[in-house]
Design a protein around this ligand. Structure first.
Ligand code: PAF
Length: 220
């Protein structure tokens, strides 16, 4: 696997491949788990060259303590990506992505960043669209894979693509769960045993709702 820390090195490498190859991007913040690896696997089905980015994006953290505590097991991430057959890892610094610390970003996401998670994390989805836009500009992928776990994130990224008129196809991949139903997430390492048990309420509630819905519409 090739590893690049700068945009210029990455672009120079990708430019040598671009003519013949479809590029698939899997943007991540690292602390990789099976869910991320399933995105790499899916990207491989659609692209000749699979690029993964690991960048803990400061602009999407509304709480500085959350940013500080975000897990960063980079050596383990690199070996997971190598075993998963990822071709390229883009591992930039904050200065590389945000050379101008005063840069202002705002796009009109309508109601999409004002509901659900957006209500509780002001600025979060603006930060997500800002960094994903930059990654798309740098890598210029034809496809990009995202996990359905972050459903609202996919909606805002799709909206950003429409606004910026970028020709990237989003590939939405199913949620990967532990056997007990807990959705895999990098942040799970920060949950206590008790916290993990409590988190299961979400998958249980979803399953209960699904069970109560008939498979076919009622009028049939
Ligand atoms: O889902 C994530 O890990 C992040 O929000 C993303 C898409 C990599 C942007 O930083």
């Amino acid at each position: 696997m090739e590893i690049f820390n700068t945009k210029n090195e990455l672009r120079a490498y990708l430019d040598t491949k671009k003519i013949h190859q479809t590029i698939g991007l899997v943007p991540t913040m690292g602390a990789l788990h099976e869910g991320h690896l399933s995105l790499i696997e899916e990207a491989r089905k659609h692209a000749d060259l699979v690029v993964c980015s690991i960048f803990v994006n400061p602009t999407q953290f509304n709480d500085p303590k959350d940013l500080e505590k975000y897990p960063r097991p980079i050596e383990n991430d690199i070996s997971l990506l190598e075993s998963a057959g990822c071709d390229v890892l883009f591992l930039p610094s904050v200065e590389e992505i945000y050379p101008d610390p005063q840069e202002v970003w705002h796009i009109d996401l309508g109601y999409l960043d004002k509901i659900w998670e957006g209500l509780h994390r002001p600025g979060h989805f603006q930060g997500v669209t800002q960094v994903v836009y930059k990654l798309f500009q740098i890598v210029q992928p034809q496809i990009a894979c995202f996990g359905q776990k972050d459903f609202q994130q996919i909606m805002v990224i799709q909206k950003m693509l429409e606004i910026k008129k970028l020709p990237v196809q989003l590939v939405i991949c199913p949620i990967v769960r532990e056997k007990n139903g807990l959705a895999l997430s990098s942040r799970n390492v920060r949950l206590s045993t008790e916290g993990k048990k409590k988190a299961l309420v979400l998958s249980r509630a979803l399953r209960a709702v699904k069970k109560d819905f008939p498979d076919k519409p009622v009028h049939e």
